[in-house]
Design a protein around this ligand. Structure first.
Ligand SMILES: *Cc1c(COP(=O)(O)O)cnc(C)c1O
Length: 366
């Protein structure tokens, strides 16, 4: 078996009875859509973050999209974010008719360089959208200050940051709302698609519930503002409830994997991840950097080790976003990262022997 960056099968083997029991629980419940598993998961996920409300949705892209719409972001508005992110962040901004405005990233953390955010604000700016990429939080205090001064909303993209903390505060509890994905690879992953938006604002939550349900209140049959069908599936919600109870355990396992990499790769010229002061990293990905990235990845393939790059093409250089008019060269840190970073295998059930094989192969290749 070739070594891959992610594999859910060891975890499934260990948790199979619980996962199958979750499926059976829903199938026997008599209610397959927006039943007790979704509402219980929503309450538990909100409580985990210390916020009042959570609306389960069908995936992380729609979590960002509905989050923006519920916060009043739409056509003509500008959203300040980063190009070093998963493309869906930007697809979601585009899908509500808003314009993404990119700021470059910090060369140490690869996260939004918040010192550049203010210069990106124009009279059309409506929203700041920090992405807590790879599992650690963006420096939020400057963004919170800017939002207060300029009357902007903050939507956190937490698709990679379940369980991360920033100066003690959970990722997702700092903005006006926060979008999560439960795509299977994520720190809290479903057995299929899923997503959620959390917020402390009851009006925002009410709009989210309508938006995910055609634009209706759950119990009425009248649409006031047309919405979407973006419901979280009942089976995925029940699986997520079970896995939420193990989230802190998964986080501890990811941090242990990260610590073993740090120890095993110390003294090489690979640039290892840096955790910013005040952050507790969730290690969704373990992203390393080297100027000879492509040669290293090719040499590792000879050891049957196949690694990923997250992400090889900055969003602003993609043909689908050419209309934004951002030229190659306009975000130099983001663009140099895309040429030099790659991800090492990272998941809670990563077998220790496999990790040792990756470390040994890397040391020999370097
Ligand atoms: C995965 C991801 C998304 C999209 O989530 P899906 O569930 O795949 O739609 C959005 N933003 C970021 C940063 C992601 O990593």
């Amino acid at each position: 078996m070739p070594t891959r960056v992610w594999d859910y099968l060891p975890e499934y083997e260990a948790e199979r009875d619980d996962i199958m029991d979750a499926v059976e629980t829903v199938f026997r419940s008599g209610r397959l859509i927006l039943g007790e598993s979704v509402s219980s998961f929503e309450a538990e996920f909100a409580a985990y973050h210390g916020v009042r409300h959570c609306t389960g949705v069908d995936n992380g892209t729609n979590a960002v999209k509905l989050g923006l719409q519920a916060l009043g972001v739409g056509p003509g508005d500008e959203v300040v974010t980063v190009s070093n992110t998963a493309a869906p962040t930007v697809v979601a901004i585009d899908s509500v008719g808003a314009t993404p405005v990119f700021v470059d990233v910090d060369p140490a953390t690869y996260l939004m360089d918040v010192s550049r955010a203010e210069a990106a604000i124009t009279p059309r700016t409506r929203c700041l959208l920090p992405v807590h990429l790879y599992g650690q939080c963006v420096d939020m205090a400057p963004l919170e200050r800017l939002a207060a001064e300029r009357g902007l909303v903050i939507l956190e993209d937490c698709a990679q940051a379940h369980g991360a903390r920033h100066h003690g505060r959970p990722a997702g509890s700092m903005g006006h709302a926060a979008a999560f994905s439960f795509y299977p690879t994520k720190v809290l992953g479903a057995y299929g698609d899923g997503g959620a938006v959390i917020t402390d604002d009851a009006d925002v939550d009410r709009r989210l519930r309508r938006l995910r349900y055609y634009g209706m209140e759950d119990v009425y049959y009248v649409v006031e503002t047309p919405g979407h069908n973006a419901r979280l599936d009942e089976v995925q919600a029940e699986i997520l409830r079970r896995k939420l109870g193990r989230l802190d355990h998964y986080l501890a396992a990811r941090r242990a994997v990260a610590a073993r990499y740090a120890e095993g790769l110390a003294g090489t010229d690979l640039v290892l991840p840096v955790t910013a002061e005040g952050n507790e990293h969730a290690y969704y990905l373990y992203v390393v950097r080297h100027p000879r990235r492509d040669a290293i990845l090719e040499a590792l393939r000879a050891h049957d080790i196949h690694l990923n790059v997250s992400y090889p093409w900055p969003v602003h250089t993609m043909s689908g976003f050419a209309h934004l008019g951002r030229r190659p060269g306009s975000l130099p840190v983001t663009e140099s990262l895309a040429r030099e970073i790659f991800s090492l295998p990272m998941y809670p059930s990563l077998p220790a022997g496999l990790q040792e094989k990756v470390i040994a192969a890397l040391r020999s290749v370097l």
